[in-house]
Design a protein around this ligand. Sequence first.
Ligand code: ADP
Ligand code: MG
Length: 918
Amino acid sequence: MGEDAQHLRSGASPPPAGETLPPILPDPSDAEAVSASPTSQTPMMRQYQEWKRRYPDYLLLFRLGDFYEAFHEDARVAARTLDITLTSRQKGEGAIPMAGVPHHALDVYLARLVRAGLKVAICDQVESAPAKGRQLIRREVVRLVTPGTVTEAGLLDGRLNNFLAALWRAPDHVGIALVDVTTADFWIGESTDADGLVEALLLRRPAEVLLPPGVSADDPLAARLRSAGAAVTLRDAPSFGLREAEDRLRAHFRVAAVEGLGLPRQGGALRAAGAVLAYLQETQQSPLAHLTRIQTLALEDHLTLDEGAARNLELVESLQDRRSAGTLLWAMDRTRTSMGGRLLRQWLLRPLVRPREIGERLDAVAALAEAPALLAELREALDGIGDLMRLASRVALGVATPRDLAALRATLGPLPALRERADRCGNPMIRQCAEAVEDLAGLAKTLEAALVDEPPLGVHEGGLIRESWNPALAEVRREVREARAWIAGLEGRERERTGISSLRVRYNRVFGYGIEIPKSQARAVVPDDYVRRQTLVGAERYVTAELREQEARVLGAEGRMNRLEYELFDELRRSVAGEADRLVRTARAVATLDVLAALAHVAHERAYVRPVVDDGGVLEIQEGRHPVLELRTDGARFVPNDLRLAAGEVECLVITGPNMAGKSTYMRQVALIVLLAQIGSFVPARSARVGVVDRVFTRIGAHDNLARGHSTFLVEMTETAAILRHATSRSLVLLDEIGRGTSTFDGLSIAWAVAEHLHERRAGAKVLFATHYHELTRLAAELPRVQNVHVAVREWKDDIVFLHRVAPGGTDRSYGIQVARLAGLPAEVVTRARALLREFELGAPVPTAPGDAGQLALFGGPGATRPEEAGATGPASPPPPPRHPVLDALAALDPERLTPLEALATLDELRRRLMSGP
Ligand code: ADP
Ligand code: MG
């Protein structure tokens, strides 16, 4: 036991105690351990090295008896990641770092390794004892587990896709592929808009991204992927090869030419698709028969959301902790199945742009929302349906466990009811889904007949298959039962025969069954046919020829039974795999029905309305509400608000009002209503008309974004650049509290310039500006299609009351002191600030009316110093002479965060401002 002796430490489980019947197979490592000599390079370590050489990028877990062990650097990584003890194999000079986990808890530890972004190779014992003439047990890598290719239900989140992605960068375009091997989702995309496509990729939070050689680990792209939570795996050139990709895809999809798959033309997507396929084939060792279709992720077919917009609008992850609570998905997700949950998430991240397609979904939602009784029945039928998609995938991959098949069997049960109910609905889209729910009664019957009610997890220990399923199995089971019964009855029979009441029949791992007679009975006469086998501390152990024979019978029959059951199970699994296509098709239909039913349920329950969605340039919302905030349960009523934007008339709203008035809420609710409408959902409003939007941009001011710890100014610039580069006349642009990351003047200047630019170059684009800098209201005077609105507050004595009501016109005050007071600033500070404010308002040269100061004053004049700001921090009177804005801009710079190029540009900009400034 030399090899395994070191496992006597916490976490090691005792071998299963002898229950009614003790384990039949000896511990495989017993025999081997005895023969492996503890020299510096034992045969076993050579075996280990051999496998490690073949899987150098993987953390190799090597099965030794009851443990999976990692050695050398792998051991250090495992110990660190899993918080387990780092021990060593052999002491002294040849010591090898080692860390191990008990075999029965493998999946728990695997989950943690994979979540940490590691790739793991499981090297298992594939025979129970060394073959004749050899010392070592054969071991093989039987499983590769990587973040993007895990298939075990326990390692996956039912509500999320688990995407493996690949990305290819060519000089003139970028190609991506995304595949979830557990749900058969396979998407590819290609674009000259590299940023846009990378955003589309990041939006889907891939678990693992394959990159071609030449991308170094510190490439900004790799860093970006990692910071979005993806494990980055560098692959070799052939796995991204064009020819290789063609061959691989042709073979997989059984087409004569890849053109038949409708792939984009430039090659990037093809290479990426080839790369994911190659990686899957390598890690899954399966034909991947369930990956039957490839979908294109063409940017122009859908409303484009970048990762920033999805994050700022909190579509599927909250800004605070990336969880789902408080997000749009959270508010809308009333799906009943995991498949539906995943699909709704996909819909939210990929709204449609074609009114006809949107209309089809809206029709379906309307049909269900208008038939609450049918809707309730439909949702009830969905309730019992498990994750058919993932089960089907596991079956197709050949990794389904007996429990998976039992779960599949349970899930097939409610399908006919679902189909029947969906079929009753008159809506074409729902009818289509009903038709796609396949008749799987035959399969359900087979599984029912073959599989026991509650099968075990493992496939090698028997107990899976019903006796009635197979006559040979019934026969061998009978044999096992008889032999076991014989042994079970032996004790009683021998006690009677010998008259020794303390005689016991015992099992021992090494020696098998034996009859034990305590030493205290040593003088008793044992029958002639007893053969002494072993002398123990307190007893003698005997066997009889008959016992030997029956023992062999049990062992033989059990071995045959286990093998036969495994064969029958494998056969069953393969026959189910033959139905993978139909299962996947059914799963997709169930997912769609589930999402439509959930949307209808929400619409019905929360009095949403059906939006009018068309190609016109009008966005008009009456009494719109924020879908998430209106669910708050703290009793405060949500105040609905209107909005109207129309191309050629009003394209930009400047929304002013004090902090906390509701500006951000208002503009987010507009964006969320548009997105909901474009996924085909009803919307929280009294009425809504939505001219389809092709892209939503958000630029959220620094203070809302601080938690991310980015260089705020850089983020602002990047986002602004993206808006100017990509916004079209059909885009919706939200600019919220810009300019906080830098000086006031920077912020205002940028906002102003962006507005002007969009106004002139992208006429039609819908822009919402929210700002507490009331100076921006002057935009309306300068630009024809800009309008001011403000979020009203009521002044009451010295306080303000937030009305959360949006009204025409701008504000001319910031109410900073009142908000500060509400926020709990000490009374004497508030009083002092008020006094100062009055003084400034009376005496200071501060023009407050928009007309008073020209545009220059906005950027540099004394008007830019807001009275309450100066009052809070400055001395009493007289106010300090106005500082030149360039000084402010300089003070706000963070040289360490500027690249040399940015520094140069900034310098140039400052000089320009100085020359033209006041
Ligand atoms: P601002 O952006 O103007 O500083 P927010 O939009 O962040 O203000 O809103 C501040 C808070 O006011 C929100 O968290 C919400 O609690 C409340 N609020 C905003 N709009 C409404 C509304 N229409 N009805 C009810 N409460 C609202
Ligand atoms: Mg705000």
